[in-house]
Design a protein around this ligand. Structure first.
Ligand code: GDP
Ligand code: MG
Length: 448
């Protein structure tokens, strides 16, 4: 992964006061390979490298006490920026600032996840914005696809406008818009047909629908697992439709996130949401920083730690429960003890085999040595904190973060990641504290 490659370079560069022609060339080559491994398409890799090179050659890295670590920071920041790190919340939300009904047109290849996304999006708009949502399918080629939209619409608590094979997509759309107007719907989500590969008839059909509907949002739905093909697919849709945003689906799979970079590069449009899983609650705002971490590969540990927590045995769960019952709050010292306990559990790869298939898939290949190393690294960060900071992590602001990172010999981003990870664990602990012992035993005793 990129993180392994970078840490290798970091090691080499540690002790070298500045970047040289030679170590720069090595570093850029490693980054290039890692991005290609993450399924980032070649033209995108070139752009990323150019940006990184420019920044890395600038003041940010040259003259820095530790050029290797500074470089990791540059890579993380540039990937985040390319994926829209500077976009406002507004730009990433669905735009409904039009005369209702606001039409949302979904376009993408067959199997990209459009129909599922229609349900997820309807649920999102109902739950977070209390909107009245109508859906309609213009997929007149597959009766099952229309039924599928009906099902997910009911699950979302929205209303479904009936359509049939044999009708014309434009007639269906006209009927649905008319119905939505007369019944005061805020939003009309239009699901469309896709083909397995780009074809002209499909493009014309969806382009005609677009012309007729003048949608508030024209969202390109793309499968995160597409890899290298993402560029060509995105290009075809971008050329034919004035897209307003992107929804990246199937992020629960083991893709490395390259599609996110590729689609941003080609369309320049914000990735607004990511879908994960087939259930309707797997729908979240896109987080460019988290996606950058995923591409770099350092974020994997968070998911793994969560899974492993589920497999802690019952005796340990009981001990923890006693502690929670005594009312003492969970702090970083406890968190460190948890990590140490995990480190003592031995082989993670064999542990993973015991977990349900979806966890195994989410965690991917487990490298025991790497996991142990990461655990030690994480504990090292906690060790670099003062007792007061461990008790009260809220104290840890920018300058303390810097000091802790220096002490532990890691980039500041890793301190941030640890604090986020701790927050999530603490949240889980609080929820279990509220839920009582039995719930917690169930949550923690997955194996027992
Ligand atoms: P469409 O042809 O673009 O309408 O795609 P569908 O919504 O029918 O999805 C195709 C398949 O992918 C279905 O089996 C979905 O259940 C599945 N699917 C959709 N979104 C996701 C996701 O985020 N994660 C996973 N694992 N499966 C998904
Ligand atoms: Mg469909």
């Amino acid at each position: 992964s990129l993180s392994q490659r970078l840490s290798k370079i970091v090691k080499v560069m540690r002790g070298q006061a500045r970047l040289t022609e030679e170590n720069t060339r090595d570093m850029l080559r490693e980054i290039r390979l890692a991005l290609l491994e993450a399924d980032v398409a070649l033209p995108v890799v070139r752009e990323v490298l150019a940006r990184i090179k420019e920044k890395a050659m600038g003041e940010e890295v040259i003259g820095n006490l530790n050029p290797g670590q500074a470089l990791v920071g540059v890579v993380q920041r540039e990937l985040t920026a390319i994926m829209g790190g500077d976009l406002s919340r507004d730009e990433r939300e669905i735009n409904l600032r039009v005369q209702p009904p606001a039409v949302i047109l979904l376009a993408g290849l067959q199997g990209a996840g459009k129909t599922t996304t229609a349900g997820k999006l309807a649920k999102h708009l109902i739950e977070t914005q209390k909107k009245k949502v109508l859906t309609v399918s213009c997929d007149i080629y597959r009766p099952a696809a229309i039924e599928q939209l009906k099902t997910v619409t009911a699950q979302a608590g929205a209303e479904w406008y009936p359509s049939h094979t044999g009708e014309k997509p434009l007639d269906i759309a006209a009927g649905a818009v008319d119905y939505a107007r007369r019944h005061f719907f805020d939003v009309l989500i239009v699901d469309t047909a896709g083909r397995l590969a780009i074809d002209e008839a499909m493009m014309t059909e969806v382009a005609d629908l677009h012309k007729f509907l003048s949608p508030a949002e024209t969202l390109f739905v793309i499968d995160a697992m597409l890899g290298q093909d993402a560029v060509n697919t995105a290009k075809s849709f971008h050329e034919r439709l004035p897209l307003t945003g992107v929804i990246l689906t199937k992020t629960d799979g083991d893709s490395r996130g390259g599609a996110a970079l590729s689609v941003r590069h080609v369309t320049g449009k914000p990735i607004k949401f990511v879908g994960s899983g087939e259930k309707l609650d797997g729908f979240d705002a896109f987080d460019p920083e988290a996606m950058a971490s995923r591409i770099i590969g350092m974020g994997d540990i968070v998911g793994l730690v969560k899974d492993v927590q589920k497999s802690i045995n019952v005796a340990e769960a009981e001990k923890l429960a006693q502690k929670l019952k005594s009312g003492k709050s969970f702090d970083l010292t406890d968190f460190r003890a948890q990590l140490a306990q995990m480190g003592g559990m031995g082989s993670f790869s064999s542990l993973m085999e015991k977990l349900p298939a979806q966890f195994q898939q989410a965690a991917g290949q487990v490298n025991d040595e790497q996991v142990q190393k990461q655990l030690r690294r994480t504990m090292g960060i906690i060790d670099a904190m003062t007792p007061a900071e461990r008790r009260k992590p809220d104290l840890i602001k920018a300058s303390r973060k810097k000091r802790i990172a220096m002490g532990a010999g890691v980039p500041v981003q890793e301190v941030n990641r640890l604090l986020k990870q701790f927050d999530q664990t603490q949240d889980m602990m609080k929820r279990m504290q509220r839920g009582g012992l039995s719930k917690m035993m169930r949550a923690l005793g997955g194996m027992g």
